[in-house]
Design a binder for this molecule. Structure first.
Ligand code: SAM
Length: 253
């Protein structure tokens, strides 16, 4: 983050805590986070059946834990990219979840772009609207499948953060040529994924296409500056995000 720009993360995180710890105790969130992490690591096929966000506890755990981590991770990537262009003017965030990753990108750009979020889950749509309001970003969030989301024009950006891996195969296959068409027009595109624990056979194919379009494939490892209660949750749920790994595909940055 630029040293002259105010860091809006701490105030957002404090607001998130007030919002989600109002009805649930720390121990309940911790248990829900363990269940959520099990879905992500061991029961990936259950994600398409909605298992990740099927209880209030898991939704709160996602918002309080993965949202802030995803924000810090995308901010880290943007710091490495140091975008200098006067755009994107608009960021399309597909599978936006709580909107945290899209907000991190928008805040890293000189003039604040507006964010258009799309997600299938009604709770995510509502939560993303709340997040983007907290950051004072112009936004519109809609309930829509990735396959129905608009693609970015030449001065837009598109973000797909921790979502491509969750898509049904036909939707994922249909998305790539649409992304490449936008990339050819000059749109900035950023795909963020976990470093694979299971097979992600599509990754190398996608990486090849991004590289052929002049883009990059990167793997990152960084130490997120987590607030104390996020660190406690990480430890209590026996996760370990002191070093956070992710990988990205990007083009036109
Ligand atoms: C792991 S979350 C990531 C959320 C967000 N991008 C982030 O980085 O925090 C994946 C999100 O993608 C959404 N999703 C999954 N399949 C989708 C689809 N076909 N169309 C729209 N959203 C989808 C889920 O509802 C969920 O909110």
């Amino acid at each position: 983050m630029s040293p002259t720009r105010k860091d809006l993360f701490p105030a957002w995180y404090a607001a998130l805590e007030s919002r989600h710890l109002k009805d649930l105790k720390f121990a309940e969130i911790r248990r829900a986070l363990e269940a959520l992490s099990t879905v992500y690591v061991q029961r990936r096929d259950a994600i398409t059946q909605g298992a990740a966000l099927d209880s209030a506890g898991k939704r709160a755990a996602f918002a309080l834990f993965y949202g802030p981590l995803h924000f810090l991770a995308v901010r880290h990537v943007m710091e490495q990219f140091r975008p200098r262009k006067p755009f994107p003017k608009r960021i399309i965030d597909i599978g936006c979840g709580t909107g945290a990753a899209g907000a991190a990108w928008a805040l890293a750009v000189g003039r604040k772009p507006s964010v258009r979020g799309y997600d299938l889950h009604p709770w995510a749509v509502q939560e993303a609207g709340w997040t983007l309001r907290q950051f004072g970003l112009d936004h519109k969030v809609s309930r829509r499948d990735v396959s129905q989301a608009p693609m970015p024009g030449k001065k837009d950006g598109l973000l797909a953060a921790w979502v491509v891996n969750e898509l049904r195969e036909d939707i994922r296959i249909g998305l790539l040529p649409r992304l490449m068409e936008s990339a050819a027009q000059g749109a900035e595109i950023l795909i963020v994924e976990p470093v694979a624990k299971g097979p992600a056979p599509w990754w190398e194919d996608w990486a090849g296409r991004f590289q052929a379009a002049g883009g990059r494939s990167d793997q990152w490892e960084f130490r997120p500056d987590m607030p104390e209660s996020l660190r406690l949750l990480d430890r209590a749920a026996k996760l370990d995000h002191r070093r956070f790994k992710l990988r990205t595909l990007s083009v036109n940055f």
